[in-house]
Ligand binder design. Structure first.
Ligand SMILES: [Zn+2]
Length: 432
């Protein structure tokens, strides 16, 4: 390995053998030719280091546009970039970037090797801020790193733009499509995920046929033909969009476990609400505060509430019956063969439709109506499981979203946290 260490000095050596602060910073900053550090100022009271960078004498420049060697025309105004801290001192880089006169492109400013164009942060600082932004919300970053909200958010936006520009156009083999509510008031986003990679591929306003078609339209018919399966909710606009664009959609659409159970869960909740109302009129508060007990998978009911749940389940409520019907449906996805699963569903359907619980009956009928593409699960084994992991991540983004002033911000944040994008600035880009 090449020894790149620098010995900074030793009391036994003479003054002349010590490394100067400017050389130290040139090394710390990994400044290569033609840049040198002219001056370093440390203000201990202000906990601040300022570093002035300039070009070495006799430096040669080329036009940033075409690479043609060009003479220096003048120097731009001094600019300042925030860099990584030096110990606990905020560190700022200063430079007056040369402007060259290209025969073809006229007067152009050369690019700094330590920052991407237009950024007020050095590349290293920007990368570190991206790391921090991945771990906490924008407001948290402003507190930790002392940037303003707009500066931190600007980094998110630039990182996403960069990531999307670098992203290769490809349609995933397995798609998961889901709707997400945005804020309240029934506004929705359609979120399209890669079922294998677990990344968000596309976010589009609304949950209309047109919303999903907007995504499909980016691809050629040959690319669309490569899609093997699409997991969606039993939502007619998504079905129509998929049928219109994906060849052989009839066999490829999967109404997956997550969405099917959601439909039945909504029915359980409806039964609970109706029953709770009736009970409360009689002064019976048995169902109070039990909503989430009925909606969780049985094994996920928290330990400390199990006794309470057992007690209320034992009291022959309608809600308990609805819950048992919902829980038993989960067995459907454990079968190995489609035929066996279909037989199981038939028995379940008979039970559900004879339950005299109106919401459960109508949920069962919905499943029956869409059954053909519930059964396609056994061909593709596609569930929204990856997307479900993503769901909790998106939920987290939403919870951090108190700072999102609009829908575009929300979308950008989803791409930033869940898009699997290459977000970091790179030196080549500063030169290219
Ligand atoms: Zn040029």
């Amino acid at each position: 390995m090449e020894d790149t260490g620098i010995i900074l000095g030793h009391p036994a050596w003479g003054k002349e053998s010590e490394v100067k602060d400017t050389e130290l910073y040139a090394a710390l900053l990994r400044l290569g030719a033609p840049w040198v550090v002219r001056e370093v100022r440390l203000d201990v009271a202000a906990e601040r280091v300022d570093v002035w960078i300039e070009e070495a004498t006799g430096a040669r420049w080329s036009c940033p546009e075409c690479g043609q060697g060009s003479p220096v025309y003048d120097h731009a105004e001094e600019r300042v970039w925030r860099h990584l801290d030096s110990c606990d001192c905020r560190t700022f880089l200063h430079a007056r970037l040369p402007r060259v006169k290209c025969r073809e492109h006229g007067i152009r400013q050369v690019r700094a090797s330590w920052a991407s164009p237009g950024s007020q942060f050095s590349l290293r600082m920007e990368s570190q801020l991206i790391d921090t932004l991945k771990e906490c919300d924008v407001t948290g970053v402003t507190r930790l790193r002392g940037t303003s909200w707009d500066e931190a958010w600007g980094i998110v936006e630039k990182a996403v733009a960069r990531g999307l520009a670098r992203k290769r156009r490809r349609i995933p083999t397995y798609l998961c499509v889901d709707e997400k509510s945005f804020a309240k008031r029934h506004r929705y986003e359609t979120v399209i995920c890669d079922g294998e990679r677990g990344t968000v591929e596309y976010v589009v306003e609304d949950r209309r046929q047109e919303s999903l078609e907007q995504y499909y339209r980016q691809f050629t018919p040959e690319e669309l033909a490569q899609v093997r399966a699409v997991a969606i909710d039993m939502w007619d606009p998504y079905i129509a969009a998929t049928q219109a664009y994906i060849p052989g959609a009839e066999e490829k659409i999967v109404f997956d476990k997550f969405h099917v159970l959601r439909t039945v869960n909504q029915a359980v909740d409806k039964v609970r609400r109706q029953e709770h109302k009736v009970l409360m009129e009689r002064g019976d508060a048995r169902l109070k505060g039990t909503k989430h007990l009925w909606l969780a998978n049985e094994e996920n009911v928290p330990e400390w509430r199990r006794a309470e749940f057992q007690a209320v389940k034992g009291t022959h409520l309608k809600t308990g019956r609805a819950w048992a019907i919902k829980e038993s449906l989960r067995k459907f996805w454990t079968y190995r063969y489609a035929q066996r699963a279909a037989d199981y569903f038939r028995r379940w359907y008979f039970w559900a439709t004879h339950s005299r619980l109106t919401p459960v009956v109508s949920a069962a009928k919905t499943l029956h109506h869409y059954f053909r593409n519930i059964l396609t699960y056994f061909r593709h084994r596609l569930t929204n499981a990856t997307a479900e992991g993503l769901n909790s991540k998106i939920q987290m983004v939403k919870e951090m979203a108190c700072g999102f002033r609009n829908r575009e911000h929300y979308k950008t944040a989803i791409y930033f946290h869940c898009g699997g994008l290459d977000l970091y600035p790179r030196l080549e880009e500063a030169f290219s």
